[in-house]
Design a protein. Structure first.
Length: 740
């Protein structure tokens, strides 16, 4: 360990300059926590039975008020280990701070209605929750072209002619979890990365890296498919929660934790008092940009815009403390490109986002003190757990505007738990927190209505799934469908015609559960999930066809089951396709027990029957690239290995092979220490070339289908190996485009 800092280092208090502040000066006094024996008396601040989000958000009109809010709340909660959820990279031992060796932040596991994404008569669009409100995904089409993202690479495929053609590709960088919107000749690609924030300088080190999550948004010019390029990049401190768009107006929702505060850690109990005093001083010395997210917009190597993502007068806080994250709603005019954004923010921990064509709702949860973990206070808190919901108006093309807030008992499952109908919000919840449920747990549907700056409850129905929790929800007009599960799958039909008196009109109990519900017309629903035994043990993928035409008597009229299988649709509705003209449902399917990785097509016109399966077989996706293949020296040869030299204009890759890319400069650097598979690099490649060493695929799961879409008479499927066209009427392979 290296000495970095001592407790005797004087930390200078710095005045905050808020150039964006407006309005009259306001000063707010906040209480501070007492300490006993070096431990904050946090529990004295909280009454678990009273924690609810009943009041509307409070808006700040000056930067000083925002900073005072953060500092006051942090002083009540900061301890010898910093703030819950924050990341110190420093250990204190007897008053001396050391950097922890080998500490790294763990990587997180992670569409809009435009001309490209709007489904037409002869092509499908992204499977979204609300018609007219698109969601980001990894594949888009307008019927003439397909834009797809596979493993950090964007591909442009022309499908306007009789033979599809891959016109270009673009490497997107080292971030991960890419999804995109497309507007005209621009793609807006979202990804997750990590940035580096400096800690205060010390006598022995000018900077200590502290890693925080970032969202990277790239604006890509698609006008020349053979020369795709990133024209602007926006990097924001924080994690992408979700995004929506209506026309060219995009709404991007991010959650940002103040990761730049240089908290210290004690090495043991003896150092805790000193560590807490140090951390309290760090909070008192903090500045506004330590708490609120920053952003940077670059054009090539040039910074064209940067600053705080949310202006101070756009920051809101719940009356009840809800965490140190800032949930930001960023509005971007995609016709103007990146840099045209406007934002509002809520100081709260948010996860669930829902948007109609008129409103955007952000669900946030209360902050849980670390002292409650393993304490009886946590049990009291779980019984009174509630979720706050904040409503923003997005009916215009301008920035989102805060309207009202309310609360509901329990927790939400996902975005399908919320639905707006005739100006009212319907929410399905299970009581208690999201980390568990007990024998007395219960699920509800609650109707909220805007009353001034409050969302007030006007109706509720409960007693659904006693001892179970919600596994899927779908609201369709005046009816709601709720699936709960523990041992069996009750499907509840909720009549919402009278918002003040919702009622459960029907219930169906069957084995297994549906994790996704999709309406297909004529009073029918498709449910996708898992089959289960009578004891509740899941045994394989299940697709159910429900007849809900009689709301008092829902029936499961047919099922399709694959024991040992599962489908990505269970957790990602974008993976599901229903093409009504052919009564065809398509979903990814994986079965490790048999080694099947592909997709299944099901007909729904006569019950539920398997129409066929789709695979991306290795033999069908192998193929040469446009690079120059070179001979492999005998001592390095192994079956299936391909080595090729690619120029600047070459797409590269080799079918389903995994290709390691080595630029010429890097290859020369390596060649000084060891052979690059026996080649003389100077003779082999020019300064602008790259070497690609392509290994045959060893993981058959790469053939698993991720997405499917329809264009004309073809069903297109996307895997990590290829983009493949199958005849819609027979599923015979028509065209295969290998992807590297």
């Amino acid at each position: 360990m290296r000495k970095l800092l001592t407790f005797t280092v004087a930390l200078a208090l710095t005045a905050v300059s808020c150039s964006q502040s407006e309005g009259t000066a306001t000063t707010t006094s906040f209480p501070t926590a007492t300490t006993t024996g070096g431990t904050s008396a946090i529990a004295e601040r909280f009454d678990p039975s009273s924690i609810r989000f009943e009041a509307a958000l409070e808006r700040f009109d000056r930067c000083e008020g925002v900073l005072e809010h953060f500092i006051a709340e942090a002083l009540e909660r900061v301890g010898p280990y910093g703030l819950d959820g924050g990341g110190p990279v420093v250990i204190m031992e007897d008053g001396v701070a050391f950097a922890a060796e080998g500490d790294e932040a763990a990587a997180p596991m992670t569409t809009m209605v435009t001309d490209l994404d709007r489904p037409g008569d002869d092509f499908s669009g992204t499977n979204v929750q609300v018609a007219g409100v698109d969601e980001p995904d990894v594949i888009k089409t307008d019927g003439d072209r397909i834009v797809a993202i596979v493993e950090r690479k964007l591909y442009y495929v022309d499908v306007s002619g009789s033979v599809p053609e891959l016109l270009g590709s673009l490497y997107l960088g080292d971030a991960w979890g890419h999804t995109m919107f497309v507007s005209g000749d621009r793609a807006f690609v979202f990804a997750t990365g990590y940035g580096i924030a400096p800690l205060p300088a010390t006598a022995e080190s000018s900077v200590i890296p502290s890693y925080g999550e970032t969202t990277v948004i790239q604006e890509i010019d698609l006008s020349d498919p053979e020369d795709l390029e990133v024209v602007r990049t926006m990097t924001v401190e924080g994690r992408l929660l979700s995004a929506r768009s209506i026309g060219d107006t995009g709404r991007i929702v991010l959650s940002s934790y103040p990761a730049e505060l240089a908290f210290v850690y004690p090495s043991g109990p003896a150092a805790e008092p000193i560590a807490e005093q140090t951390n309290r001083q760090i909070v008192q010395n903090s500045m506004l940009d330590d708490w609120l997210p920053n952003y940077t917009v670059t054009d090539g190597d040039s910074i064209v815009d940067q600053g705080l993502l949310v202006d101070c007068d756009g920051v809101h806080a719940p009356a009840e403390f809800a965490g140190f994250n800032t949930v930001s709603v960023v509005t971007v005019d995609f016709s103007e490109g990146l840099g045209s954004s406007e934002s509002v923010g809520v100081i709260a921990n948010g996860e669930t986002i829902y948007a109609s064509t008129e409103s955007l709702y952000v669900a946030t949860n209360v902050w849980v003190p670390g002292e409650w973990i393993g304490d009886t206070s946590l049990g009291d808190f779980e019984e009174e757990y509630s979720t706050a919901v904040h409503k923003f108006d997005i009916s215009g093309e301008g920035p989102a505007e805060y309207r009202a807030s309310g609360s509901v008992d329990g927790h939400l499952l996902n975005q399908f738990s919320m639905d707006e109908y005739e100006g009212r919000l319907r929410i399905a919840t299970t009581d208690g927190p999201p980390w568990g449920f007990g024998d007395e747990s219960e699920s509800f549907v609650v109707v909220l209505e805007e009353d001034g700056d409050r969302l007030v409850e006007v109706g509720r129905v409960g007693d659904m799934g006693r001892g179970e929790r919600i596994f899927s929800v779908r609201f369709i007009g005046e009816v709601g469908y709720v699936v709960t599960f523990r041992q069996t799958d009750p499907l509840y039909v909720v009549d919402l015609r009278d918002p003040g008196n919702p009622t459960v009109t029907g219930e169906l109990k069957i084995p297994g559960y549906s994790a996704y519900l999709h309406p297909i017309g004529d009073g029918r629903l498709i449910g996708v999930g898992q089959e289960a035994t009578d004891e509740g043990f899941t045994i394989g993928a299940k697709v159910s066809l429900f007849d809900v035409s009689d709301p008092t008597d829902p029936r499961e009229v047919d099922t399709w089951v694959l024991e040992g299988g599962y489908t990505e649709v269970e957790w990602d509705h974008h993976a599901f396709l229903y093409w009504a003209p052919e009564n065809l449902a398509v979903l990814p399917l994986q079965d490790w027990s048999t080694g099947f990785f592909g997709g299944v097509a099901l007909r729904t016109d006569d019950g539920l029957r398997e129409f066929g399966r789709i695979t991306h077989e290795l033999g069908s996706v192998q193929g040469a690239s446009d690079c120059r293949e070179v001979e492999i020296p005998e001592e390095y040869y192994e079956p299936g290995l391909i080595v090729q030299v690619c120029g600047t204009d070459d797409v590269g890759g080799y079918g389903a092979h995994d290709c390691e890319v080595i630029p010429a400069e890097e290859a020369r650097l390596y060649s000084e220490d060891f052979d690059v598979i026996g080649y003389d690099v100077d003779e082999l490649m020019g300064d602008d070339d790259r070497l690609e060493i392509c290994f045959p695929p060893y993981d058959e799961s790469r053939a698993a289908i991720q997405r499917s879409l329809v264009i004309g008479d073809s069903l297109w499927t996307l895997s990590w190996r290829a983009l493949q066209a199958n005849a819609l009427d027979s599923l015979e392979v028509e065209h295969t485009i290998p992807l590297g």
